[in-house]
Design a protein around this ligand. Structure first.
Ligand code: NAP
Ligand code: F7E
Length: 335
């Protein structure tokens, strides 16, 4: 009999790739989404990746425990992937309490709903490399590296991480945390730096823009592809015992070099177009992230397959296509 999965955050980047993966594996997939007046806008990623008609969308909100219990009772999932969160670090400084509620307490709401309504279900919590925060420069971060969050987002994720570990130890739930380093794709939100850059490169190449404003170019990130990382999430829940795993590429690159790679892809010189804006710097920065995925490799057999340059190229090409189509659509609108 086919397995049933419930994905919270199904309208986000990882929700789309994970839905696609689970459908390919024969799962029945339910996706939790918030009700919105712009419903069709929210499902754009699922549509882009070609799974919108196959995912069963069901309304609920991480802030509303009763809605989550209702959903779990209805779906009776074998596996629950808790991907929903307020995910943008910069916004978490402006909305720290909302971030604490959704990204932190929201995870407890999901765990409670599962514990009460489907205690045998396997549970995945989307933990983040941001939890390492002020890490030692030059040293790789693994499952045993101490955490030092540097934003309201990271502090909320740290609470969600430990409450998941606590539910595992207190109630013997099959609950695992994936400590995932930055992962991107053509479906990445446009406010995140990779997608902001690839979209700007496309507009500049097509003559629709001239410049791009960025903040801290010296920050280093370990960037992988979302398609690889959702496979790791699934692998964690196929293990006989729950555990926590780092997923990363083991390579760190500055925002400057990632930006250069994107401009190089279309034959432009990044220095001719990029301006630095103070308003894009954060009150506290995470300067250096570099993950050690050896445990995931040894225990899950997981390895990333897509490198940074290939991924950035895919993202620039997808943005060129989108911007061309948007330009054509505007051209068709009568003046
Ligand atoms: P994303 O694209 O920003 O998607 C976030 C999802 O959460 C959206 O579907 C959003 O719904 C949903 N959501 C927000 N508030 C909600 C609420 N109150 N109730 C129900 N749903 C809510 O994020 P992502 O990049 O796919 O990341 C997936 C998860 O992995 C997140 O938890 C993120 O923090 C974590 N993570 C991501 C990365 C990364 O590099 N991408 C790395 C480590 C960890 P709407 O569409 O309605 O806004
Ligand atoms: O920033 C710098 C910025 O917003 C990356 C989320 O998925 O990954 C993500 O968090 C770096 C930072 O991602 C701009 O200061 C410079 O150092 O793309 P980002 P993030 O903050 O690393 C983790 C793992 C998550 O869990 C999060 O949910 O780039 N940067 N100039 C900029 N960043 C942005 N957004 N915009 C700029 O103009």
């Amino acid at each position: 009999m086919s397995k049933t999965a419930l994905i919270t955050g199904v309208t986000g980047q990882d929700g789309a790739y994970l839905s696609q993966l689970l459908l390919e594996k024969g799962y029945t997939v339910y996706g939790l989404m918030r009700r919105s007046a712009s419903q069709e806008f929210l499902t754009e990623r699922l549509k882009w990746i070609g799974v919108l008609d196959e995912v069963n969308l069901i309304h609920g909100d991480l802030l509303d425990l009763s809605s989550l219990i209702h959903v779990i009772n209805e779906v009776k999932p074998d596996e629950v992937y808790n991907l929903a969160a307020q995910t943008f670090v910069h916004t978490s400084f402006d909305q720290p309490l909302l971030t604490a509620q959704v990204t932190g307490v929201g995870a407890t709401n999901m765990l409670e709903a599962v514990r009460l309504a489907a205690p045998g279900a396997k549970f995945y919590q989307a933990s983040s490399s941001e939890m390492f925060g002020k890490a030692q420069t030059g040293v790789m971060q693994s499952e045993t590296t101490p955490f030092y969050p540097r934003s309201p987002y990271a502090a909320a994720k740290l609470y969600a991480h430990w409450i998941t570990v606590n539910y595992r130890e207190s109630y013997q739930m099959h609950a695992s945390c994936g400590i995932l380093f930055n992962h991107e794709s053509p479906l990445r939100g446009i406010e995140f730096v990779t997608r902001k850059v690839t979209d700007a490169v496309a507009r500049i190449k097509l003559g629709q823009a001239k410049t791009l404003e960025l903040g801290n170019l010296d920050a280093r990130r370990d960037w992988g592809h979302a398609r690889d990382y959702v496979r790791g999430m699934w692998m964690m829940l196929q293990q006989p015992t729950p555990d926590d795993y780092v997923l990363a590429t083991g390579r760190t690159v500055t925002v400057r070099d990632m930006t250069k790679a994107a401009f190089d892809h279309v034959g432009l010189n990044w220095e001719d177009h990029v301006n630095i804006s103070n308003r894009l710097f954060r009150p506290a920065e995470v300067d250096f992230l570099l993950g050690d995925p050896s445990k995931a490799k040894a225990k899950l057999g997981w390895e990333p397959t897509i490198g940074l340059e290939e991924m950035i190229g895919e993202m620039v090409d997808a943005d060129l296509e989108r911007r061309r189509q948007a330009g054509d659509a505007r051209a068709r609108v009568p003046a």
